[in-house]
Structure formats: structure tokens, C-alpha cells
Ligand binder design. Structure first.
Ligand code: SAM
Length: 280
């Protein structure tokens, strides 16, 4: 039985960060005519009811998507992401939050494909319910790291992989670093994105060292902190490593990160960082 349920955290600042950047990556992939495949190794349920008692318990969306909702001054780069959230809330009130599968579904063109993988049986069942009849989507039950072996490389030879672990087990940073090496070994030309929580500095530095030692190159690092580095009572920030970011992504992401820093900071200035963990 898996303890982590994303409904407790849906729509929080980390989701805003991840999904707003995910939307840009997908749009950049869709610039070329050739079809692509999206693989989500830790897909979650796809849609989250923010009025559910679990979502209300911590109400993390209040410091996340709710800070963007209804604003008229949001930078254009966030428009595709905001449209994905608005599509789930047609009456204009924020009731539902889309997870990565539903955000991504909006960006698939008729020839593109999406492969969703999830280890929690209930979340998997919900994904099946939502996407089971969708011919462009495959829904799989199992371990996300095994899914990398099962589904890479995709037959399209173009695509995006999102590894969005819940980090609820010891040594998960090691698993994610190894997954980066494995995904690259099987799909060296793919856009490969790995989300991680900002924890104590030594753990993050060890993670970076392990990733760098994999020999994989062209790894862009994006980080957003909404709370000070000394904060340990809840998630203080998060990051995304993107291997082979599409041309133009870095330039789009820089002002997005800065805007999120200002908009999502909690009781301080927040911080953000963008740079090459390993250059080309
Ligand atoms: C952070 S949530 C995913 C959120 C989703 N990607 C999104 O952005 O909307 C992490 C998910 O991974 C699932 N999970 C945990 N361990 C897993 C594993 N080893 N393989 C696949 N899924 C796993 C959890 O059940 C949870 O639904």
C-alpha cells in the first residue's frame, strides 16, 4: 500500500511550477510536424477535486494555483497552463485541478501518444476510468522505473518523459538519478524531465553529483524556493532537471521562474535558479 496521495497536495506551488513548465515543453515539442510520445512514469490520478476533505486538509492549492486564479496580469507564457486549469473549471470557480496527464492531453495532436504509469491501484483505476477509451493513451499499472524499461525508446523516436516521484521512500534521490541514466541510455535524444523536492543542501548536492557522474550531458536545472533554506516543516521548494531541453525552453523558462518566485513566495522573497547542471 502506498502512503503518498497527491490529492493532499494538488495544485500547490510545486504543481504550478511543474505543470506550467511541462506545458511549455509540450508546446515546443509540437512545433515540429513529426509525432511525439509522452511517458509519465508516476502519473497520479489525472484530476483532483479541491473540495475533497483530503485536499482541504492542508489546502496547499491556496499557496499555489489559487494565487494565479482570476488574475488578469499573468505573463503570456503561462497561458497554455492556465487554459488547462480553466478547462476543468468552466464555471470560472476553482473546483478541480488537472494533473500532468490531463494537462498533457490538451497538447497531443491526433498523431501523438501518451503512456501513463502509476503504482497506486486506486489512482491507476481512476486513470483507466478517464483515459481507458482514449485511443491515443495507454494506461499501465506498475513501478515507474520499470516503465522506463518497458516503454523506451518510443517508436516515434521523439518525445518527453516525466519522472515525477512522490519521494516517500529512502534513497529516492539515488533512484531518480539512476533513472535519468537509464532513460538516457534507452532514449538519448528524448526530452527527459525529473522533478525533485528541495531538501537539505547535502542531499541535493549528492543528487547532483550522482547525476553528473552518469555521463549524461545537456542537463538544464530549474529550481524554485518559496520558503527559506532553513525551513523544514513542509516542502520549501522544488526543482526540475531537463535533459535535452528543446530549443527556446531556457529562454522561456527564465522569466517564468522569476515570476513564480515573486508570485508564490511564502513570507519571504523566495529564490529561483536556472542553469546547466551539465552543459552540452
Ligand atoms: C507527485 S505524484 C504524481 C503527480 C502527477 N505526475 C502530476 O503531476 O499530476 C507521484 C505519484 O507517484 C505514485 N508512485 C509512487 N511510487 C511509485 C512508483 N514506484 N512507480 C510509479 N508510481 C509511483 C504515487 O502513487 C503518486 O500518484
Amino acid at each position: 500500500m502506498l502512503a503518498y496521495r497527491h490529492l493532499f497536495h494538488a495544485g500547490n506551488f510545486a504543481d504550478v511550477f511543474k505543470h506550467a513548465l511541462l506545458a511549455r515543453l509540450l508546446l515546443l515539442l509540437a512545433r515540429k510536424d513529426k509525432p511525439f510520445c509522452y511517458l509519465d512514469t508516476h502519473a497520479g490520478t489525472g484530476l483532483y477535486d479541491l473540495s475533497h476533505p483530503w485536499a482541504k486538509k492542508l489546502a496547499e492549492h491556496r499557496e499555489g494555483i489559487a494565487r494565479l486564479w482570476g488574475r488578469k496580469d499573468i505573463p503570456e507564457a503561462f497561458a497554455p497552463y492556465m487554459e488547462a486549469v480553466q478547462a476543468e473549471n468552466p464555471d470560472g470557480k476553482l473546483h478541480f485541478y488537472p494533473g500532468s496527464p490531463r494537462v498533457t492531453r490538451r497538447f497531443l495532436r491526433p498523431g501523438d501518444r501518451m503512456v501513463l504509469n502509476e503504482l497506486n491501484k486506486k489512482d491507476f483505476a481512476e486513470l483507466k476510468e478517464q483515459f481507458g477509451r482514449d485511443r491515443q493513451v495507454g494506461v499501465h499499472y506498475g513501478d515507474g522505473y520499470q516503465a522506463l524499461k518497458a516503454h523506451l525508446p518510443p517508436k516515434e523516436r521523439r518525445g518527453l518523459v516525466l519522472v515525477d516521484s512522490s519521494f516517500d521512500r529512502a534513497k529516492e534521490f539515488d533512484r531518480v538519478a539512476d533513472a535519468l541514466g537509464l532513460a538516457h541510455e534507452r532514449f538519448a535524444t528524448g526530452v527527459l524531465a525529473f522533478w525533485y523536492p528541495l531538501m537539505e543542501a547535502p542531499a541535493i548536492r549528492a543528487f547532483e553529483r550522482r547525476v553528473a557522474a552518469s555521463g549524461v550531458r545537456k542537463i538544464l536545472k530549474l529550481e524554485l524556493s518559496v520558503l527559506p533554506e532553513t525551513w523544514s516543516q513542509s516542502l520549501r521548494g522544488c526543482g526540475l532537471l531537463v535533459v535535452n531541453p528543446p530549443f527556446g525552453f531556457e529562454e522561456e523558462a527564465a522569466p517564468m521562474l522569476e515570476w513564480m518566485r515573486v508570485t508564490l513566495a511564502q513570507g519571504g522573497p523566495g529564490a529561483c535558479e536556472l542553469g546547466w547542471l551539465v552543459p552540452e
